[in-house]
Structures are given as structure tokens and as C-alpha cells.
Design a protein around this ligand. Structure first.
Ligand SMILES: Nc1ncnc2c1ncn2[C@@H]1O[C@H](COP(=O)(O)OP(=O)(O)OP(=O)(O)O)[C@@H](O)[C@H]1O
Length: 474
């Protein structure tokens, strides 16, 4: 146990499956990503073995990150630790209970013939995502599977819209990734149902027809909204294109920059609130980015794509050398836990020890860095394009992930006026999310501490949101 809790003293692990920690073989990939060589989301595969250099990245940058209006002691305080223990109750008690109940109510008995496919929305490394619908009971079987309906949106027989993800057949690692994604979706549907897209379950295709391959696995979610945050950010009218769904007409009359700032604050509040909920139960998403945040018709922001997530209570999916890392949003340390942490013991023991590991390493700060990048991207117009963001990231790396140094020295003349409002509270928050890990791997705000930051304390966005709901209910 001593070696488990003391990363420095821990032996370098051999690559075995599953790993609770990253394998030393992953370091060349870490170096490659840090050097900016990887420009696309990368699934790191193992490099030739024997590479034993310690990745000290998580210990680097022991700077004082405190700033005006904020208590330094709150930086990196591991609020999630108690919740991680509660998470163990979920895994060993609630999960089997849910399984039993779902089976009793027939909720997990999805079949291929329950759905009709619409257009293809995207393709990741391991899955292809389609728009689809639940086939009502009164629709004849011939009209169901095999018929691809590209105009589902306008066909009013299909009211219950869904998202279907086909797990690729024959792609190495795809099946395993699909299993993890399913596991995490059940898990978050218990831990933080309102923060994530509603998961309906999975089915195995029972024949080969159209997009279906016999034996292939499909995951199904409720369709939560037409656009994700990346779609909104790409639009020239951002953030005003979110104003009506978030606040109705309430903000009209307020000056333009304040309107923009309130919308961005509301988006950030929702993202960080959802992160707090999943972190409280031991889950780190590891792929927080605008494309993985769906905006619902009611202006709620829901997390999707738990394919790269990890649950530190039991080491679930903790194989960082194969982790999906988007270089535009992932933090400099790249991996959730330092590489010296040994592999997990048996599940129940890991669950008991995980609060200590959480205390030591604050792995949740991985997601908080990504949240900081999203804040910068939303608030600074020149960072909304993919080229602008890449340039920002490469400058940031040059300045040692120190946002203040970036501000002093960047040649890009960014417009930081939204962040500078209210005595620079937004800017102060950004500097406390985007940084290297400090002493003992801390040095960034946890989700709970971020929500207590003065940026969120002036709750103009909340007041506007309440007013908007009141005026709608009249
Ligand atoms: N529940 C949902 N409601 C509405 N839209 C969704 C939902 N789930 C996914 N989408 C849309 O589909 C897109 C792709 O989804 P997702 O990110 O899960 O798959 P992917 O990244 O292509 O696959 P992979 O898991 O292999 O990375 C999202 O960016 C989003 O726009």
C-alpha cells in the first residue's frame, strides 16, 4: 500500500492490461504531443518497450498561482475525494441494482428493429454516429431497419429521435472501447443524469442489412439537440446565437459586451457544474471540448462521448497510453495520473484506496485545463477558429503554459475585453484553469473551487436565466 500511495517510490510498471496508470512506453507519445507534432486527436499506441524515463511533467511549474480576489488555499483542493468513496457504493451496490431493475422493466432489451436510421453525423476512431428514431409500434416491420431515412426530421411518424453509434467491426480496440463507453454511460446516468445525454442502452445487430452488420454492437442515446457547442462557436454570431435559447429576450437592452459575457458565463457555469458532478464520483472525462458538449433546445449543455473517460475508483479504462487525447484541449501533463503510479489492485481494494490516490494526484484537474481552453476560446474571438486555437496552443507552450506570460508577449493582439470585465474576474479564472500542475500536482482549480471563484459569484447569468424562465412560464 505504501508504494501505491507514494508515486515517487513506486516501481516502474510493466505494460499489462488493464493499467491504472500510464505505461512508461507512452512517454515518447507524450513527448510527441507536447512538441506539437500531433495535430489531430491521437489515439496513442505503445511505442517500442524499454523507455524508462520518468515523465516529470506533472510535477513541473511549481508557481504561485494565487491572484486578486481569490484564496490561494483553494487551488487544487481535492473536493472530489469524499465523493469518490460514495462512487464505490455506486459500483458495487447501485449498478447491480440498476441492472436488475432495468431487466425487470425491459429497459435494456433494445433490438435492431426498434430503430430507423437517418443521416450519418460523424465518424470517430471506433464508431460511426447516426441520427435515428424509435419506430412506433404501429409502423409495419418493412419500414423499419434496412430502410435508411434521410428525412427523419420532417417525418412526423417518428417523434422520438435518437443518436445511434455503430461500434466498428474489425477495428482493433473498437469493441473494447464500445464496452467502456457503455459502462460509463450507465455509470453517469446514475451519477449525473442531468449533465449527460440520456443513454437508452445498446443492442447487437441480428442481421446484416444496410449499415448493420450481424453481431455488431450499437449504442443508443436520446437525441438531445441539433448542434454542439463547437457548431455554435464556429458561427460568426457567437455567442449571441445562444442568447435566445439560454435567456429568451431578457438580456436585450444590456450593452453588447456584457450580453456576450453573460452568455459565456452561463455556458461555463453549466460545463463546470457538470464536471463537478462527474468528478465527485471519481470519473474524469478526458475529452472535454466543444464538440463533446451538446446544446439542448432548452439551453442545457450536456456532456457526450465518454469513450476516453476513466473511473479512478476501480481503474476502469485507465490505459493512458491508449487514451484519446485532443492536442487542442488536453493539458500539458497529458495523462490523468503520473506515470509512476502502479497498476490497480483488485477492484474493491482499488475502490477503498482511490480517495487517497485522488487526494494525492487530483486527476480531475485534467478536465479543468480543457474547461479553461474552452473559456478562452469562447471569450477571445481570434481563438474561435481552429487555426487561431492551434496558434494559441503553440504560443502557450512556448510560454510554459503561463497565461499571464502569454498575454504580455503574444504577437496576436487578442481582444480580451470580455475576460477583463468586472475587474478581470474572467481572466483570473482562466489563469487558474490553464497552467501547469503545481506543488504535489495541484495548481489548478477543481470544479468545486472554480464554482466558488468570484467570476461565478456575480451571478448575473443566473439571474437572467431565472428571469427568462419566469417570463416564459407566464
Ligand atoms: N445525444 C446526442 N444528441 C444530439 N447530438 C449528439 C448526441 N450524441 C452525439 N451527438 C452528435 O454527434 C457527434 C458525434 O458524437 P460522438 O462525439 O459521440 O462520436 P465520435 O466522436 O464521432 O465517435 P468516437 O467516440 O469514436 O470519438 C457529436 O459531436 C454531436 O454533434
Amino acid at each position: 500500500m505504501a508504494s501505491l500511495l507514494s508515486p515517487a517510490a513506486a516501481p516502474v510498471p510493466q505494460a499489462r492490461q488493464p493499467l491504472w496508470i500510464s505505461s512508461p512506453r507512452a512517454v515518447p507519445h507524450a513527448a510527441r504531443l507536447r512538441s506539437g507534432a500531433a495535430r489531430q486527436p491521437v489515439r496513442c499506441s505503445a511505442a517500442p518497450g524499454g523507455f524508462r524515463r520518468r515523465n516529470r511533467c506533472w510535477l513541473a511549474g511549481d508557481r504561485e498561482v494565487g491572484g486578486p480576489g481569490f484564496r490561494g488555499a483553494e487551488l487544487g483542493v481535492p473536493d472530489g475525494a469524499a465523493g469518490v468513496l460514495v462512487g464505490a457504493v455506486d459500483a458495487y451496490l447501485l449498478a447491480p441494482l440498476q441492472l436488475g431493475l432495468d431487466r425487470l422493466l425491459g429497459r435494456r432489451n433494445l433490438r435492431m428493429s426498434d430503430f430507423v436510421l437517418g443521416e450519418r453525423l460523424g465518424e470517430g476512431s471506433f464508431g460511426v454516429v447516426y441520427y435515428g428514431a424509435i419506430v412506433p409500434k404501429d409502423v409495419t416491420i418493412e419500414e423499419r431497419v434496412g430502410k435508411r431515412r434521410t428525412r427523419l426530421e420532417v417525418d412526423d411518424r417518428f417523434k422520438e429521435k435518437v443518436i445511434l453509434k455503430k461500434i466498428k467491426v474489425g477495428t482493433k480496440g473498437a469493441e473494447e472501447c464500445g464496452e467502456f463507453e457503455e459502462w460509463f454511460n450507465y455509470r453517469v446516468s446514475r451519477a449525473a443524469p442531468e449533465s449527460c445525454a440520456e443513454f437508452l442502452g445498446s443492442f447487437i445487430a441480428d442481421r446484416t442489412v444496410s449499415e448493420f452488420t450481424k453481431g455488431g454492437k450499437w449504442l443508443v442515446w436520446k437525441f438531445e439537440g441539433n448542434r454542439n457547442l463547437a457548431d455554435y462557436i464556429r458561427d460568426r454570431s457567437f455567442p449571441l446565437n445562444l442568447e435566445s435559447i439560454m435567456f429568451g429576450r431578457v438580456l436585450q437592452g444590456t450593452d453588447a459586451i456584457k450580453r456576450n459575457a453573460l452568455i459565456i458565463k452561463q455556458v461555463m457555469r453549466q460545463i463546470i457544474t457538470s464536471l463537478k458532478k462527474i468528478h465527485d464520483t471519481g470519473i474524469v472525462h478526458r475529452d472535454i471540448k466543444p464538440a463533446n458538449l451538446v446544446v439542448t433546445r432548452k439551453g442545457q449543455i450536456k456532456l457526450i462521448d465518454f469513450g476516453a473517460a476513466t473511473d479512478l475508483r476501480i481503474g476502469k479504462n485507465y490505459e493512458p497510453d491508449r487514451g484519446l487525447l485532443d492536442p487542442d484541449y488536453c493539458p500539458p501533463e497529458l495523462y490523468v495520473l503520473p506515470e509512476e503510479t502502479p497498476e490497480p489492485p483488485a477492484e474493491p481494494i482499488a475502490a477503498i484506496l482511490s480517495p487517497f490516490l485522488w487526494q494525492l494526484n487530483s486527476p480531475d484537474l485534467f478536465d479543468m485545463y480543457s474547461a479553461g481552453i474552452i473559456l478562452m476560446q469562447m471569450a477571445v474571438p481570434s481563438l474561435r477558429s481552429s487555426a487561431g486555437l492551434k496558434n494559441f496552443n503553440s504560443e502557450l507552450k512556448t510560454f510554459g503554459y503561463d497565461l499571464s506570460r502569454w498575454r504580455e508577449s503574444t504577437r496576436s493582439r487578442p481582444d480580451l475585453s470580455i475576460l477583463d470585465l468586472d475587474s478581470g474576474r474572467g481572466w483570473d479564472l482562466a489563469t487558474k484553469l490553464i497552467s501547469e500542475r503545481g506543488n504535489l500536482g495541484r495548481g489548478r482549480l477543481t470544479a468545486a473551487a472554480a464554482l466558488r471563484h468570484p467570476y461565478f459569484l456575480l451571478g448575473g447569468d443566473q439571474a437572467a436565466s431565472i428571469l427568462s424562465r419566469l417570463s416564459l412560464s407566464r
